[in-house]
Ligand binder design. Structure first.
Ligand code: ADP
Length: 234
């Protein structure tokens, strides 16, 4: 990956509740994710994984509780840094090429030298040679990587990946794992929701299980990595 122009950033969730009407999507979630960690969230459908990632991305607000971003020494940052969120539905435009998808967002965000930046990021996710192909011709894994390249445009220190491996075949998963490895090794903080074990889950430095909106197991407090991930849907 390109030399870091972001500062290592952690996240602290304190007593987060997220309510939709009478339903608690998250309940009293307190977690500290230090800068540079690569966390896999597991849990059955509806356990709150997407909601937590959206709150970390500041796309949703907690009903109560606080989210703080931390510098590399664990001190609170006054201003939240940019975060890159890649939703399960990748929202890339089929009728544009990979590069056109990048340029559209680069211009919207006022990125300097958009073509050079788009090409650097497409190279980082292994799509430089396909930059002039229509996204319509891409596999799900390739679309995911376009979405990640796009999410990296504003140099986020924190990357949130919602179910990145769902729908990928083994080769796609393996290829995608390379990208996650690069994100992790570049010092970015990665939070991702996963179903089950895969080449991607082996990259996680920590696994956390949610159940009914609450954290019920965390490798940091001694839970077993495989038991958190292996029965993610149980
Ligand atoms: P997961 O990602 O683990 O499948 P979600 O975070 O998507 O879980 O959902 C947690 C709970 O919150 C579910 O019961 C879901 O139906 C509910 N929920 C999520 N988003 C909304 C919303 N916008 N309006 C109402 N309920 C929601």
């Amino acid at each position: 990956m390109t030399p870091a122009s972001f500062s290592p950033t952690g996240i602290r969730f304190e007593n987060i509740d997220k309510r939709y009407g009478g339903l608690y999507a998250l309940r009293r979630v307190s977690l500290e994710v230090p800068a540079g960690e690569c966390v896999a969230f597991a849990g059955r459908n509806g356990s709150g994984k997407t909601t937590l990632l959206r709150i970390a991305a500041r796309l949703a607000r907690p009903s109560s509780g606080t989210v703080n971003f931390l510098n590399g020494s664990g001190e609170k940052l006054a201003t939240p840094p940019p975060a890159g969120f890649v939703a399960h539905a990748t929202m890339v435009y089929d009728e544009l090429t990979a590069e056109e998808n990048m340029l559209l967002f680069a211009r919207l965000q006022g990125i300097a030298k958009p073509t050079a930046r788009a090409e650097t990021l497409l190279a980082e996710v292994g799509l430089l040679e396909r930059r002039n192909s229509l996204v319509r011709t891409f596999s799900r894994g390739m679309r995911q990587r376009v979405a990640i390249a796009r999410a990296l445009l504003n140099e986020p220190a924190v990357i949130l990946l919602d179910e990145p491996t769902t729908g990928l075949d083994p080769q796609g998963t393996s290829w995608f794992a390379q990208t996650v490895r690069q994100l992790r090794d570049s010092g970015r903080t990665v939070l991702m929701s996963l179903h089950g074990e895969s080449e991607v889950s082996t990259l996680a430095t920590r696994a956390i299980r949610l159940d009914a909106g609450a954290v019920v197991a965390d490798t940091r407090t001694g839970a077993n990595f495989r038991s958190i991930l292996a029965f993610a849907n149980a």
